[in-house]
Design a protein around this ligand. Structure first.
Ligand code: CO
Length: 134
């Protein structure tokens, strides 16, 4: 059912410092910072030949990545995102398998303008999984 790895997201406190690591140390091509107020994060996209890295920093006082950054003050891998052809069919299949969907259970528009859902990390080997409509 799952398709391509769309991105790996890394949460950081300092987006400028994180951008410097990917741009200067790793020599990657980066987007400008993109505020995503409805998700409580500011994102920088790192374009790789076969996938993307998203650098996430908190936006606003109740950002959903604040708790993660309290546990991981130096930053860390926050989630992985897999593409699916039909996000509602994928959701229903995973629910039928006992997997829990975070939030309302209805897709939201994600950072790439496509519907996304987040799945409970306890049901996926300790990893927060994002599904994105391909
Ligand atoms: Co993501």
């Amino acid at each position: 059912m799952i398709g391509r790895l769309n991105h790996v997201a890394i949460a950081v406190k300092d987006l400028d410092a994180a951008a410097k690591v990917y741009r200067d140390t790793l020599g990657a091509t980066l987007s400008a910072p993109l505020p995503q107020p409805e998700h409580g994060v500011t994102v920088i996209f790192v374009e790789l030949p076969n996938s993307k890295i998203e650098l996430l920093a908190p936006l606003g006082v109740d950002s959903p990545i604040n708790a993660f950054l309290e546990r991981n003050p130096g930053g860390g891998i926050h989630h992985v995102c897999y593409e699916v052809d039909d996000i509602l069919a994928a959701r229903d299949r995973m629910k039928a398998q006992g997997a829990r969907i975070l939030g309302s259970g209805e897709p939201k528009i994600g950072a790439h303008g496509k519907p996304v859902l987040f799945m409970h990390p306890k049901d996926f080997l300790g990893t927060l999984v994002e599904l994105e409509q391909a």
